[in-house]
Design a protein around this ligand. Structure first.
Ligand code: BEZ
Ligand code: FE
Length: 628
């Protein structure tokens, strides 16, 4: 990647976060509740390194780590490693792969590197000028200790509790309520803004799967018990290693291993899990005095304060408010997304909302969201809804969604009666002149239909006046299209479709045909009649409010597919039907209205007799070529 492109990626990821803390050198994306964020902040403070830090919100509704610009930046740091798949309770890149929407991320703009593995971040910082946090002779020991912290299930702890007791301070419990769902919602939003970017979509899918698994983990008493117990055992082991009176965990020198442990112990203290070393608790009776003394030594380091870390020596339960605000409030320096300012008024609101979509990475998503915003605001300005009316509108749409279950799709029906389906149909089926016009599909087409030979009667057990349908499939030069697949479906003389008829369980008045060598297809059935679209839902309410008719004029649906031609979805309407001029779904076109004439003694194209009398229709369906 070019230097300019790298800088653009970095700037894009930083932009939604607003102002940064500190300046120069490395760029850190971190979050207050994240263990490895704490460790990296402490390592930087120990080094006295110049860094630009962006604090990200990961518990609130914003979920900064799910922002597409940040996820995109993280993709640059993947280095061929696998993406996360599920949730083990750890925040370990080594064990679980890359979580594309996680913190921390450390960026070295000079080296154009994005580092996502916390252990590599610590090594990267250790190599900066300043006190030696990773003396050569201690490297094996340091790696052993940091790997222990990395492999422990610290990430799970804030989100759930050991079934034997919840030590988490109340404000934290409150802050994590519903957080998994909120993050998933935010990531679904980011995902939908990333259409057209397959790597981003795959990244979101992985992160969303992980979040769903994390939710299951937090709600499982068994898994949470396991996580807490693993951590208690880890602290017991730490106590044993410290028992020889060593000052720091690898001996006399303060190293990266102590940085990792300081973050880990601070993390536990913020969760009320310092009972792991204070003891005297139902989950852990035994005090671990060596760890307690070690925690006190760590807490005394000036850098802990500078890095904004919890002091592992002090109990979170004693100071619950401090525990949920490990970063001092004054350091929360976010500006609102896209920085549209705070004085939003009548004349500036629409522009302020539009400004929030200014940096939408996907140009199509940007166009759609911006246009929707403009039209929505113009609509609201025009009608000036009361609060009750707006509530009604929301409730109407909510009910429409709730009705859309099983085979029923009330939202499509709403789109139909508002002419939106017809509009999308018109936009997408601009066939050349001479080709048969398209129309709406409707809800009664089904894939699972019987196959018939030409001449068959498809009415099954349905009684009614006979219809004889005699048609050709042609190209725009008038030449027959051989072997086209033709789907037919229609209602009966009472306006009822087979799938709504409780008295029959087989298909009727529907089937699949093929055009013969002369492009012809023909069949017998019953004559359809006009019928009302479903009126028992929100769409029915709307039609009644508007005093609109729900009745569609009688018609036969036809869908034709042939290789090299554009698919035609259309219908033939019965000339003379009284509802032709008021179709509630706007499907009627004059070119599709045809006379069905009652005749006797008619013969089919193969010479066979047609039931007599029959309502006969003849029609040429003309398909547009794909390349025109
Ligand atoms: C139909 O013709 O089958 C139909 C189309 C749109 C809405 C409802 C029914
Ligand atoms: Fe229909």
């Amino acid at each position: 990647m070019s230097e300019r492109k790298f800088q653009e990626r970095l700037d894009a990821a930083r932009a939604p976060l607003g102002a940064a803390q500190g300046h120069g050198g490395l760029v850190l994306f971190h979050a207050a509740p994240s263990l490895w964020s704490k460790a990296v902040r402490l390592a930087l403070a120990e080094k006295g390194a110049a860094a630009t830090a962006h604090e990200m919100q990961i518990l609130g509704r914003r979920f900064d780590a799910g922002h597409p610009a940040y996820v995109r930046l993280r993709l640059d740091g993947i280095d061929g490693r696998p993406m996360v798949d599920g949730f083990s309770g750890r925040a370990s890149v080594r064990h679980d792969g890359i979580d594309p929407a996680a913190v921390p991320a450390l960026v070295d703009p000079a080296a154009e590197r994005v580092i996502l593995d916390p252990l590599r971040m610590l090594d990267h910082i250790a190599a900066l000028p300043g006190p030696d946090l990773s003396p050569q002779r201690l490297r094996t020991e340091i790696a052993r200790e940091t790997a222990l912290v990395d492999a422990a299930p610290f990430e799970a702890l804030p989100y759930g509790a050991h079934p034997g007791g919840d030590t988490r301070p109340e404000p934290l419990r409150e802050a994590v309520r519903g957080v998994h769902d909120a993050r998933i919602r935010k990531m679904m939003e980011g995902r939908s803004l990333s259409i057209g970017h397959p790597r981003l979509i795959a990244a979101y899918d992985a992160a969303i799967r992980k979040e769903a698994a994390a939710k299951v983990f937090a709600q499982s008493a068994e898994l949470m018990r396991g996580a807490v117990e693993e951590v208690l055992t880890l602290i017991e082991g730490l106590d044993t290693r410290l028992a020889d009176g060593r000052q720091w965990i690898t001996g006399e020198a303060f190293t990266l291993a102590d940085v990792a442990w300081a973050a880990a112990l601070g993390h536990l203290a913020s969760l009320g899990l310092d009972i792991a070393w204070t003891g005297g608790h139902a989950l852990n009776g035994a005090p671990r005095n060596h760890v307690a003394a070690y925690a006190t030594r760590l807490a005394a380091r000036e850098t802990m304060r500078a890095a904004g870390l919890e002091r592992p020596g002090t109990s979170a339960r004693a100071k619950p408010a401090a525990a949920t605000l490990p970063m001092p409030a004054a350091r929360r320096l976010h500006e609102p997304l896209a920085g549209h300012g705070r004085d939003v008024r009548d004349d500036t609101l629409t522009a302020a909302v539009l400004a929030t979509f200014r940096d939408t990475p996907n140009p199509r998503a940007k166009k759609v969201l911006s246009a929707f915003t403009r039209h929505l605001h113009a609509f609201l300005e025009e009608v000036e809804p009361t609060e009750e009316e707006w509530e009604f509108a929301i409730e109407f749409l909510t009910r429409t969604g709730q009705l859309s279950v099983g085979g029923r799709q009330e939202f499509i029906l709403l789109s139909d009666v508002m002419g939106a389906t017809a509009r999308v149909d018109l936009i997408n089926h601009r066939f050349p002149s001479g080709a048969t016009e398209n129309s709406v599909l409707g809800p009664f087409f089904v894939e699972d239909r019987p196959v018939f030979d030409n001449g068959a009667d498809i009415s099954g057990p349905i009684k009614g006046e006979k219809m004889f349908f005699n048609a050709k499939v042609l190209d725009t030069d008038g030449k027959p299209i051989v072997g086209a697949r033709i789907d037919i479906w229609h209602a009966d003389g009472d306006g009822g479709y087979d799938i709504l008829n409780p008295e029959i369980d087989e298909a009727a008045m529907r089937g699949l045909f093929r055009s013969d060598p002369a492009g012809r297809f023909w069949f017998t059935s019953v004559l359809p009649a006009s019928y009302p679209i479903p009126e028992d839902g929100t769409v029915g309410d709307l039609l009644r409010i508007a005093a609109r008719s729900p009745v569609r004029p009688g018609h036969v649906h036809v869908r034709i597919e042939a290789p090299g031609f554009r698919r035609l979805t259309t219908m033939l309407f019965l000339e003379g039907d009284p509802y032709l001029d008021a179709d509630p779904v706007f499907g009627v076109k004059q070119s599709l209205v045809e006379s069905f004439e009652k005749k006797t003694g008619v013969r089919a194209p193969d010479g066979r007799a047609v039931p007599s009398p029959a309502w006969c229709v003849a029609y040429d369906f003309v398909l547009a070529r794909k390349d025109r």
